[in-house]
Design a protein around this ligand. Structure first.
Ligand code: SF4
Ligand code: SF4
Length: 315
């Protein structure tokens, strides 16, 4: 069952493969192992693969799509703060995945309240790359309601990738209801909407079925990106998203998994570079070591990307 992604003309399976957990910030699978899962998902009907410069999963996607001739779309994101860095990010994605064009590129603006002002130079460069044929559609990914509202009114944004879940965990300026209203505003304006963090990074995993259903049933949500780490997860989610079928035994197993963030404290230098990388104020330096506040952590792994010692991992 494919869905139209707003006015982009793209048709996608409502289950979008979120590749973040495959990469070095989380499960750190080899490109071959990650690629095998990606290929399996594509063969079962998934159409859109979601990645980002930060995720480190371009080579996993490269392995997964090698020789694949079915429907395939790739979305990436750039967190660049300069035009040059944005171009470097997009060129790297094309080279490492081995594509001539990315279907969607998002301004990766988790912490940006006014992304088109704060990243004006980057957005202008993305528009140029679209004209040059390196990108087909431009999008905005964000954790701020006010940014998603601005995207609804922006003529050059065709897709939004908002954070939303039942509890509102991770939304930086309001409630799940307010984010839902911003999502509807985007869809009403013709933007394609595929959401993220329906399980709040794993915090809602024990109620996964109800949490996915909440997001999928929101007016204006066309699809949802989910991190998938096993064939069982791919099968279970495809059935749930496309046929509204959830085998109790399968899902009880999937919902009993636990995820956590680990910091190898003995190697922590207390440099603090992980602190501003967190969108949720979930990490701070206590007595010279990084410490996570689990009540605020959405297990995204972004702090791990900022750590020069590579000692933070979401497992
Ligand atoms: S502490 Fe790290 S994993 Fe948790 S929300 Fe912050 S950046 Fe994400
Ligand atoms: S960035 Fe890494 S080394 Fe620096 S404080 Fe954070 S965890 Fe420790």
């Amino acid at each position: 069952m494919k869905k139209l992604l707003g006015k982009t003309g793209l048709e996608i399976n409502p289950l979008v493969y979120g590749t973040l957990p495959l990469g070095p910030l989380q499960a750190d699978l080899t490109p071959e192992a990650g690629g095998e899962l990606i290929r399996y998902a594509l063969e079962q009907g998934v159409t859109l693969l979601d990645t980002a410069e930060l995720y480190g999963t371009y080579r996993h996607i490269n392995q997964g799509i090698k020789g694949y001739t079915g429907d395939l779309l790739v979305a990436s994101k750039t967190h660049a703060t300069t035009a040059d860095a944005a171009r470097t990010h997009i060129e790297r994605a094309l080279r490492e995945i081995d594509l001539s064009c990315l279907d969607i590129v998002h301004l990766h603006g988790a912490r940006l309240q006014d992304p088109f002002v704060e990243r004006a130079e980057v957005f202008f460069e993305l528009l140029k790359m679209k004209q040059e044929g390196m990108v087909r559609h431009l999008g905005l990914s964000g954790h701020y309601i006010c940014a998603i509202e601005k995207a609804a009114d922006h003529p050059d944004i065709e897709v939004v990738h908002p954070l939303i879940n039942r509890t509102g965990m991770g939304i930086l300026d309001g409630s799940a209801e307010q984010m839902s209203a911003a999502i509807k505003k985007c869809a009403d304006a013709g933007k394609g909407v595929y959401a993220m963090k329906a399980l709040a990074g794993g915090n809602l995993i024990s109620e996964a079925r109800a949490s996915f259903r909440y997001v999928l049933d929101l007016p204006g949500v066309h699809a949802l990106a989910v991190g998938l780490l096993s064939k069982e997860e791919i099968d279970g989610n495809l059935k749930l998203f496309n046929q509204d079928v959830a085998e109790p035994e399968e899902w009880e197993k999937l919902e009993s998994r636990k995820r956590d963030i680990r910091i190898m404290e003995q190697f922590c230098k207390g440099c603090g570079q992980c602190v501003p990388a967190c969108t949720n104020n979930g990490i701070s330096i206590v007595e010279g070591k990084a410490r996570v506040n689990r009540d605020d952590c959405i297990l995204c792994g972004y702090c791990g990307a900022a750590c020069p010692e590579f000692i933070i991992r979401v497992v």
